[in-house]
Design a binder for this molecule. Sequence first.
Ligand code: IPM
Ligand code: MG
Length: 352
Amino acid sequence: MKIAVLAGDGIGPEIMVEALKVLDALRLPEVTLWQGDVGGIGYHRHGHPLPPETLEMTKAADAVLFGAVGDPTCDTLERHLRPEQAILGLRQALGLFANLRPAQMFAGLEDLSALRPEISRTIDLLIVRELNGDVYFGEKAIRTLDDGRRQGFDFMSYAEDEVRRIAHVAFRAAQGRQKKLTSVDKANVLETSQLWRDVVIEVAKDYPDVQLSHMYVDNAAMQLVRDPGQFDVVVTGNLFGDILSDQASMCVGSIGLLASASLGETQTQFGTKGLYEPIHGSAPDIAGQGKANPMAMILSAAMMLRHSFGREAEAVRIETAVAKALADGIKGADLGGTAGTSQVGDAVVARL
Ligand code: IPM
Ligand code: MG
């Protein structure tokens, strides 16, 4: 099992140590770890946020474990040299078009949610975000119009095959859960969304057992805080998924708890090749202080075992250990507690 470990910037290296500690404690046979530079550290050491040697490593690996990228000292660089381009470049180069972002309430954290406990208690949803298209990867620029005014633009588009493949992922995910799928778009205004909706309806014919509904993204943002329990699987485009998944994280209590899997079509001998990362960023303000919560990173490693290595039992062991640690009051600063990064990692290992 060849794993490319890309810790990245800010708190990335600290939380990665804890995820590797947990993996190590499982004593899995035949694990090979490769370490690569990515993000701001990639730029500072190799002149590029996604150095060629790092990209090659991820191509040869069965899975990528990714920490976080983002480095304020790079904010003034040209866009293609900024740390964020590392993750966007990897998603594109590895064809990782399906981003799974589960959000579920952990017992004992109800009071930390931005929502009232009786509402937050009901959260158990999966956001399936398209990751290779949309306004993220369309033509973009800041140009000067004939009259001298500057204009920024980003081209939004989805081709039908792009919608179809993410829709299939979402319908299959729904079949494995509560069989409810909500497709989120802005079809009342955007043609891109109209095509999205039309294609999702076509794909639905293959999944008569799944109950499909459609929701405009503004309404979805409202429903997510009004009654999040109504959602099982949510499928949406790249930009809407980016926004709604951050919102979902605060409904759960902390962005430090949410993991993600980015999957494509490549199959390895064990499962689907993928990239696994917390949905939070590099948090430069607390980097190096040993107080970042590593749980999202640890839960990302669990998702890796599930999707890329077919090790469901070990994935569940990690997830159960994290839930137990939380129930036992092991909480980092993001959850109003005092547990440091390595203390949280140790607590999870002790509960494996
Ligand atoms: C995420 C992040 C990225 C995104 C950034 C870092 C480019 O916000 O994974 O949600 O917008 O996709
Ligand atoms: Mg985001």
